[in-house]
Design a binder for this molecule. Structure first.
Ligand SMILES: [Zn+2]
Length: 647
């Protein structure tokens, strides 16, 4: 199956090394030896995280019919996949599953008659799950589309689904369930071709306890009555990782003409306040990037255990309640999820190796939206923090995973590059904007979204398009070879932009001055500082700061009690790094308050790596893990394992 002889090195039509000096070539050669050992076997366009034989069968439409059972923590029912037959000589259909119990498989003809099919589940793989291998009965006509129906039940441990008991919700009276399908977890709640290379439309019938509401990444109607049976239709084709569902005591409030928010009633007022700019963001995004192709744009604010800041499920972004800071300071996450309506949902990475096309482009669009809606100072601050996070990532992520488009054929699809594909990708687009000018680059992007709407593309397709539409028509600015340095080399090129912010520079200067007694805390303009400036101040404290100074800082600035989740995260990482034990009780409270991986995982990592608290980190994890989503649990477990292995 992996018969394409291309390697990362050879996919480009232009020589990679054209613009690179000889010293760099020596370094690169050794690198490629490491990372392209099987270069004749590696196909960058192949999705190594899916078993599906998409060259023979290609799903067009998915029909779900599912009961949501909170008692058994399972979804039970059926899926019908309508598939185009690409190769009618193939009589084996392979789908992706993970921990799903299959009850029956049958092919359905036009008249609705079913022909049952034999099947087996292949060996389980931790990263890919198990292939469902179906033998297509001889009676099935493969000269046109086929429809296969699978009856199944999900496991209580399905990696995409979190089942929250009532006490872990804001209201405390009703249970809740929600999904997180990205990257390779849709297969844990629907047997299907789980690769971003395949786009499907879908419909669904979802049955729930009568008092609860179901919402999906589909046509949610804010006026839907609560009656326990909900029908959905998603007419725009989406990749499987954007299949999404949530069921709970959810209510709706409008934010604007085409925008609104779903959440538990206890969080509704705070959500309406925090995300009041959503309609304006949508309007600005349409002006900037082209038509919004998805109908409504709503938000769903979940309980604290939601593992991400946000998830760009189409028509309905899922959000962590940790964004409810009360001052709208963290809404760049909404700008980010909204921007995915163009980069990611509309133009989609073909494999997880190309995920910079989703995340890097989106991070750049996010910064452009924030600049229009807020101001350049705020965006400069966020750019500097992202840049510092990127430099930190370069210290942790292996060199061959620092390429924007790394070779990727094994391992864990969820945790490949830290956040390199976000921040290095954003910087790459910033570099193009700087080189070609904002107006020309905006025209390029606008056209890009139009030309690739509802398509999935590889990095190399993007590069060819970039070359044809921007590089070649404007010669002498940036060459393809220079662009490929971003794609296929670690770290950053020498001419990469370096973001700067006057307010953050000042905050760092004050951190240095205060730590040596040249400034008092009263001198800090805390009242005028953004949360970003406070974060930078904390990160700029010198490594040898004594415990008494840390205690003074915590007492006077209230850092351990900060209601801003990002400030608290930054502070508790420092607390753990520096073993500032007086703050440990509040650090543990933070670990129990949030379930977003970004907010807790690095704190466990810092404890495990400070030389003395590895056991404490394990104990704190054991006591908090019941509140976390499976994604967050895996993330922290890996972090603790890595820390133990590096000892
Ligand atoms: Zn994103």
């Amino acid at each position: 199956m992996m018969n394409n002889a291309n390697c990362v090195l050879r996919v480009s039509s232009k020589p990679l090394f054209a613009a690179i000096g000889t010293a760099t070539i020596a370094l690169l050669s050794s690198l490629f030896l490491i990372s392209c050992g099987d270069q004749d076997e590696y196909d960058p366009a192949h999705d190594y995280f899916s078993y599906a034989n998409t060259d023979a069968f290609l799903t067009q439409h998915v029909s779900l019919d599912l009961d949501v059972d909170f008692e058994s923590r399972s979804l039970r029912g059926s899926v019908v996949l309508r598939m185009q037959v690409k190769d009618d000589s193939v009589d084996t259909l392979i789908l992706d599953t993970r921990d799903i119990t299959i009850e029956s498989v049958a092919f359905i003809d036009e008249a609705g008659a079913a022909a049952s099919a034999s099947y087996e589940l292949g060996e389980h793989d931790d990263s890919k799950g198990s292939p469902l291998i179906i033998t297509v009965p001889e009676s099935v006509d493969r000269s046109s589309d086929v429809r296969v129906r699978i009856e199944y039940e999900t496991s209580p441990d399905a990696s995409a689904l979190q089942w929250l008991p009532a006490e872990l919700t804001a209201g405390g009276k009703h249970p809740m369930m929600f999904s997180q399908s990205q990257s390779v977890h849709a297969r844990s709640w629907v047997p299907l071709q789980d690769t971003p290379a395949v786009r499907v439309t879908y419909d669904a019938v979802i049955r729930t306890p009568r008092e609860l509401l179901a919402v999906m990444s589909a046509n949610n109607d804010p006026l839907t009555p609560r009656q326990g049976v909900y029908r959905f239709d998603m007419p725009q084709p989406i990749p499987s990782y954007l299949l999404a569902i949530a069921v709970g005591n959810l209510y709706f409030a409008p934010l604007g003409e085409d925008t609104g928010v779903y959440t538990e009633p206890e969080l509704l007022d705070a959500s309406v306040y925090e995300f009041a700019n959503t309609q304006e963001m949508l309007d600005v995004a349409v002006q900037q990037f082209g038509p919004y192709q998805w109908g409504r744009y709503d938000l769903l604010v979940l309980p604290p255990s939601f593992p991400f800041g946000g998830m760009e499920n189409p028509r309905l972004s899922f959000l962590t309640p940790s964004l409810l800071a009360g001052d709208r300071s963290l809404v760049s996450v909404v700008a980010h999820e909204l921007a995915h309506s163009w980069s990611g949902n509309l133009v989609t990475n073909a494999t997880w190796r190309d995920s910079w096309l989703n995340e890097g482009v989106t991070s750049y669009l996010e910064s452009r939206l924030m600049e229009i809606i807020y101001d350049k100072d705020r965006v400069d601050e966020e750019r500097v923090l992202s840049y510092e996070e990127l430099l930190g990532n370069f210290e942790d992520v292996p060199l061959e995973r620092q390429w924007l488009a790394p070779r990727l054929d094994s391992g864990d699809a969820d945790d490949v590059q830290g956040t390199i594909h976000y921040h290095k990708g954003q910087l790459f687009l910033q570099h193009l904007e700087n080189g070609f000018g904002r107006q020309r680059f905006d025209e390029f992007l606008f056209q890009y979204f139009e030309d690739f709407a509802f398509k999935t593309i590889t990095t190399e397709v993007f590069l060819d398009y970039l070359e044809d539409e921007l590089l070649d028509p404007n010669p002498g600015v940036i060459s393809r070879a220079q662009v490929e340095v971003w794609m296929y080399q670690p770290g950053l090129p020498d001419d990469a932009p370096i973001p700067s912010s006057t307010t953050l520079t000042h905050a760092a200067e004050l951190a240095a001055a205060w730590s040596v007694g040249e400034a008092s805390l009263d001198d800090l303009p805390v009242g005028q500082w953004s949360p970003q400036a406070m974060i930078h101040f904390i990160n700029s404290l010198p490594a040898d700061l004594c415990a008494a100074k840390l205690a003074q800082l915590d007492l006077e600035l209230g850092l351990s009690d900060s209601g801003n989740a990002e400030i608290a995260r930054t502070w508790f990482i420092q607390v753990a790094n520096r073993r500032f034990e007086p703050a440990y009780p509040k650090l543990e409270a933070h670990l129990n308050r949030y379930g977003r991986a970004r907010l807790v995982s690095p704190i466990y990592g810092a404890l495990a790596e400070n030389g003395q608290d590895a056991e404490l980190a394990k104990l704190m994890f054991a006591s908090a893990r019941g509140k976390y989503h499976p994604f967050t649990i895996n993330h922290i477990a890996r972090k603790l394992q890595n820390a133990a292995a590096s000892k």
